[in-house]
Design a protein around this ligand. Structure first.
Ligand SMILES: [Zn+2]
Length: 263
């Protein structure tokens, strides 16, 4: 089996060294991956990424495109007040998306990407009072660091931003939008995507466990804490050449199934 080196692959995927170009490629990839793994909701929900530099701009999908149609060069750039900076397809951005994502990018400059889904499993867990239960190894990645935000209707009221940011808090990267859906955030698009991929799987398992009606095997709280810390250490160990190896693996998948993302 021949295997292209990581550095050759990175050069192929990111042909320019511009930081903004790289963020665009990553963000478009995240849209395609969400569609590929069947986590999209028609043209709704949204993923945003902060534009590198001093301007408070972020990139989001043109409103009306399926996630698999998103291209790196066609993303909409908006500022924190909703002014459109660049919109190559003249399609605008989803107003509810603007409310949620401008709140996060305005309050948490440490977060480079915010990813929002409505999936059957995610909405199901977001509709329960207990939220994510620490009942298996996958779920223990989310033993700490998860916030919740009460439902207020479709997020069209800009005043909701203040409450959303307060609920998210200064450090967490996971936000359950009660009765609505899921959000993950990251220091990179790859981190936000990977967290969502894992969180979605946790929600699916939990729905299966609850549906089984069988008594749940509890995990000792000290083991829950240990496993959570192990997840953090493992993520640090998995960095190679400035990339998380899992993100590069996902990009290689897209090269096979949906390579138009980077156009
Ligand atoms: Zn939503």
């Amino acid at each position: 089996m021949s295997h292209q080196s990581d550095s050759d692959f990175v050069t192929e995927i990111y042909p320019t060294l511009s930081e903004e170009a790289r963020v665009r490629v990553d963000l478009a990839a995240a849209y395609h991956l969400i569609e590929h793994f069947q986590m999209s909701d028609s043209i709704y929900t949204h993923i945003s990424a902060r534009v590198p530099g001093d301007n408070e701009y972020f990139l989001i999908n043109p409103y009306g495109t399926r996630f698999g149609e998103v291209k790196a060069s066609q993303l909409v750039m908006i500022d924190l007040d909703g002014n459109v900076i660049d919109d190559p397809c003249n399609m605008g951005a989803n107003p509810a998306g603007f409310t949620i994502h401008s709140a996060i990018h305005g309050a948490r400059p440490d977060l480079k990407c915010a990813l929002h889904t409505h999936t059957v499993a995610g909405v199901s867990i977001a509709s329960t009072q207990t939220g994510i239960l620490p009942i298996n190894q996958w779920a223990l990645q989310f033993y700490h660091g998860v916030s919740r935000h009460a439902y207020e209707g479709i997020a069209l009221d800009l005043a909701e931003r203040e409450r959303l940011v307060k609920d998210l808090g200064p450090e967490n990267k996971i936000l359950i939008l009660d009765n609505h859906g899921l959000m993950t955030m990251g220091n990179s698009v790859g981190e936000a995507f990977t967290l969502m991929f894992n969180l979605e799987r946790v929600c699916k398992v939990q729905m299966g466990v609850l549906a089984s009606g069988q008594p749940v095997n509890p995990v000792d709280s000290a083991v829950c804490d240990l496993t959570y810390q192990q997840y953090i250490q493992f993520a640090e160990m998995s960095q190679r050449g400035g990339f998380h190896v899992e993100w590069l693996a996902y990009l290689r998948l897209l090269e096979k199934v949906s390579p138009s993302y980077k156009e």
